[in-house]
Design a protein around this ligand. Structure first.
Ligand SMILES: NC(=O)c1ccc[n+]([C@@H]2O[C@H](COP(=O)([O-])OP(=O)(O)OC[C@H]3O[C@@H](n4cnc5c(N)ncnc54)[C@H](O)[C@@H]3O)[C@@H](O)[C@H]2O)c1
Length: 414
């Protein structure tokens, strides 16, 4: 098997943790030969882990791309607003590309990318990791096999999780639609992509409602401190009390992930210090957040399939729950479970379809997309274009349309 040489652009949570770990598990398939990352601690830690020579460690993607091509592939894992420009450079140099979502938070850049991608002869995958989970792959197979007849409608619920909302969308990187993206793009472009994939037709109309209902000043408990660590009187009752989330919560891979975001040093002392001084210790009712904490989207597809999607911050677990209704039966499932329920109307019985659920990054999607990316590179032949990136961009268009529909109170025709 040919070993693929890759460079990582942005050695943050997604790049260094979610995807690069694949090279440790499968060193025969993947080798990191370069890294571009401005944070010296992150860069050095990645350099050390993958034995990268000094001359192939760069402080930013601009310097990396100014050099001759030095790998087969790049993983672009910078923040939302810094996806488009490095991707254009990577295309100019002819790298195979794994790009974090969203492709861009600007509709015009997404449109430009749609044109560029359709003519790009190398592998280009957008990290819509849900497509690569055993769960959604099984559902797609069941639909293709006609097991529920003709699909009519889909209900999809994204339970964001109360602590996840507070971490990422109130205190964290995606809290403000101006500095990152609106929620429907930042978090739910995955869902728009999966609905498009399952419905298997272009989207024709979109409507949406939603708002920031809770994480705002007027909802703060009486006398709430600006920081949880400032002796906040609400500490005992508040579910969003930061030390409760970042220190007391243990023995859970999700807790480990968010602790590393708060501080590279995850000792209790270092986390407490980060909560005293950094963004993650701020009162959730006193942040500069503006993204919605609940939203619904209705979609109509060209083949008359309809879908309703709900995202909500206000859930105990982080999960996606789906129901697909067809002319001969229905499918019910929850991404984190190890089985999918299929009911055939005529037979009148429920069948449990066991799946090889993976209890790690996005139901196994983080691992699954890396596996697929490397397979596509190994099998890449000139002129054979994987169309998932184009579909991802159509999913982005649906997200922009849903945001327009929500803000303007209209139904948007696609
Ligand atoms: N696919 C998914 O399911 C999923 C899940 C979460 C986040 N994301 C997306 O992944 C992306 C990264 O998220 P993250 O949580 O890893 O963020 P992060 O902030 O942890 O990582 C981004 C890294 O990019 C680095 N960087 C900044 N400027 C750079 C430059 N000029 N050159 C090279 N590196 C630079 C930063 O220092 C940082 O280490 C975001 O766009 C986010 O929306 C995707």
């Amino acid at each position: 098997m040919k070993k693929i040489k890759a460079a990582l652009i942005g050695a943050g949570q997604r790049g260094a943790q979610a995807y690069a770990s694949y090279a440790n598990r499968h060193p025969e398939e993947l080798e990191f030969v370069a890294v571009a990352e401005p944070d010296p601690k992150r860069r050095e830690s990645f350099q050390k882990e993958f034995h990268i020579p000094d001359k192939k460690c760069f402080e930013d993607w601009e310097t990396f791309f100014s050099k001759d091509k030095m790998a087969d592939a790049v993983l672009i894992c910078t923040q939302d607003q810094e996806h488009f420009s490095p991707t254009v450079k990577a295309m100019e140099k002819g790298y195979h590309i794994l790009l974090e979502k969203p492709v861009s938070n600007q509709p015009d850049e997404c449109a430009a990318m749609e044109k560029a991608v359709s003519a790009y002869p190398n592998v280009f995958l957008v990290c819509h990791v849900l497509r690569y989970t055993p769960f959604f792959k099984t559902i797609k197979r069941l639909l293709n096999e006609g097991r529920i007849g003709e699909l009519q409608n889909i209900q999809l619920i994204e339970n964001v999780g109360y602590w996840h909302q507070a971490h990422s969308f109130v205190r964290g990187n995606w809290r403000n639609s101006h500095s990152s993206s609106p929620m429907i793009l930042a978090k739910c472009c995955h869902d728009m992509d999966i609905l498009l994939w399952l419905a298997d037709a272009d989207c024709s109309r979109v409507s949406s409602f939603g708002s920031l209902g809770h994480f705002k000043k007027e909802k703060a408990p009486a006398g709430a401190a600006k920081r949880c660590t400032d002796g906040c009187p609400a500490a005992k009752e508040c579910a969003y009390y930061a030390p409760g989330i970042y220190i007391d919560w243990k023995d859970n891979w999700q807790a480990d992930v968010i602790k590393k975001v708060v501080s590279t040093d995850t000792s209790e002392e270092a986390i407490l210090e980060a909560l005293r001084t950094g963004p993650y210790g701020r009162c959730v009712y006193d942040c500069d957040n503006d993204v919605v904490d609940h939203q619904v989207v209705n979609l109509e597809f060209a083949n008359n399939v309809t879908a309703s999607f709900t995202m909500s911050a206000f859930s105990w677990d982080c999960s996606r729950v789906i129901k697909l209704m067809g002319s001969k039966g229905e499918i019910n499932g929850r991404l984190e479970d190890d089985q999918i329920e299929l009911i055939d109307f005529k037979k009148g019985k429920k069948e449990s379809i066991l799946i090889d659920a993976i209890k790690e990054g996005h139901g196994g999607g983080d691992y699954g997309i890396m596996k697929e990316f490397l397979r596509l590179i190994r099998e890449n032949k000139d002129g054979v274009v994987d169309t998932s990136a184009l579909s991802a961009l159509q999913g982005h268009r649906i997200a922009f349309a849903a945001e327009e529909a929500r803000v303007m109170g209209t139904v948007v025709r696609m």
